[in-house]
Each structure stands twice: as structure tokens, then as C-alpha cells.
Ligand binder design. Sequence first.
Ligand code: FES
Ligand code: FE2
Length: 301
Amino acid sequence: MKFTTAEEIYNKAGGKRNGLPAWTYNNAELTELETERVFLRNWIWVGHVSDIPETGDYQCIDLANERALVVRDEAGEVRAFHNMCRHRGSRVVAESKGHCEKAFVCPFHGWSYKFDGGLKNIPRANSFPPIDKDEFGLKALDCEVWHGLIFVRFAGEGPSIAESFAEAEEEISLYKITDMKPYDEPWRWDFDLDWKSVIDIDSEGYHVPIGHPGLFDLCGSSYKDEVLESGIGRSYGSFKDRKAKMPLVKNYIESLPESNYLPESHRHLWIYWGLFPGIVITLFPDMIEVYQVYPTGYQKS
Ligand code: FES
Ligand SMILES: [Fe+2]
């Protein structure tokens, strides 16, 4: 792995220390543009394969005015579609997660769709001029399953998640993420902040000593941020032989089960891999955590 140092980044920016101008954090039109050009045209993390283990299991995600329906089809493949009926555009599925027995039936007039997106049935079809059913299936979305993590892309094109994370592949594959099971419900935090403010802080370890005293007690000055040549980020800290002071942290170190499935080098590391815009994969010795920061409106993320 080839890292870019803070000094190289500084030099690349022509020795300028200022970041984006202040107005970019406080402008409704720009937020709208960023949502459309950045988030709807890049990968959005939806969940893990264990969220939809059986045929007909589905999960939905909305972003801005777009909505995705992700389903496990009859062949066991994970597929994604616009959650939008081809008749008058109703949501085909209203719940955010669930299981469908036979076919998705639109709640408006009852058009039904197979798990591969194909249009199955039109009630009272003879009241319409002849319709070629093959032309009116659900519109497919780009969908990628990488190490058991499911991503969708609403528009645009570009490298796959696997290509983007190529430099992380070797390390991430150690964790056997595909075989993992959820230990808790997903969480969501709503901030009254521009999404860039969240990512600026989150991707920079400088806030750790005061912002996360527990993490600082765990890893001390071993905590580092690295930017790889491809632009993905890796932050990590080690607690090997660490003498922690906080009872909670001491307790964590003492009670952590030996993660024999990992090589010795990774049994006492916390690692955060980050991909623009806002995807973070956190690797702990005994579990992982994945999240994504995205705008939910003006000054909201
Ligand atoms: S909008 Fe779905 S059946 Fe009419
Ligand atoms: Fe933080």
C-alpha cells in the first residue's frame, strides 16, 4: 500500500491551508447539487446479506427523491430496483424491510412484480391497450455485493466498490464479513449539520483525544490517519500491551475474546476504512461496524 502523507497533501494544495470556503457548508442549492451529483451517482450502502437471507426478503432505502428496493430473488441473487411502480409511480413496497411471499403487489391498482423485477400481472389487463409486459418491469439499479455488504447506485457510472476498495481487499478479506451475523439493530443518527462537516471531523483523527477519550485511552498516540494513493482512507489504532486507565476500557481489553481467526497483527487493532462519499467500514477484532454519512436535507445529515 502506498500512502500519501499530510505533507504531500499540503504540498499538492500548493501550500494552502484553507479548506472549502465557508459558504459551501451553508447553501441549500449546493446541498441539492451535491445530493444529485455526488450521492445519487455514487455507491450507497444498504445493508448486509444476512438482512435478506431468503428469497423474497427485501430492504428499502430512500435518498433525496429516489428510492431503492433490494430483494433476494429465486436464484439467490441480490437485486436492486427503483421502488416505483411502472403504472403511475407509486411505491411498490411501503415498508422499509420485510419478506414477500410470492410477488410484490403495488398497493395502488395492484400491478404485481416478480423478484427479478419482471411484470407479473396487470389486473383487468383487457381495459388497457395491448401491453408488452417485458417492457414494464421494475427499473433495475446498479447493485453490488462485496464481502457480504450490499451497495446500490441510483445513477451514473464509475468504479465498482471492489475496484474502489482494491487496496483494502487483502485486509478486509481477513474478517470474513460475508459470514457475519448482526448483533444489534441498525442505528441512525440525525444531525442538524451539513454532511461535509460530519465527514471532515469524522475522517480526521485529530479530534480523537478530546472527542473520544475512551478511544484515546485505548489506542493512545498509536492512532493514525493514512490516505492511500487511490484516495481511500485508513485510520487505525493499536491497543497491544496497552495499559488503559478508564475502567470501561480496561474491562474491554481484559474481556475481549482472543480473535484466533485473525493473524496476530490484527488481534489488537481498530481500523476504519473510508471511501468517498461517506462510507466507513470499521474493523474491530471481534466485530465490524459499517455506516454512511449522507445529506438528508439542507443543513441535515
Ligand atoms: S401505480 Fe402501481 S398499479 Fe397503479
Ligand atoms: Fe469521531
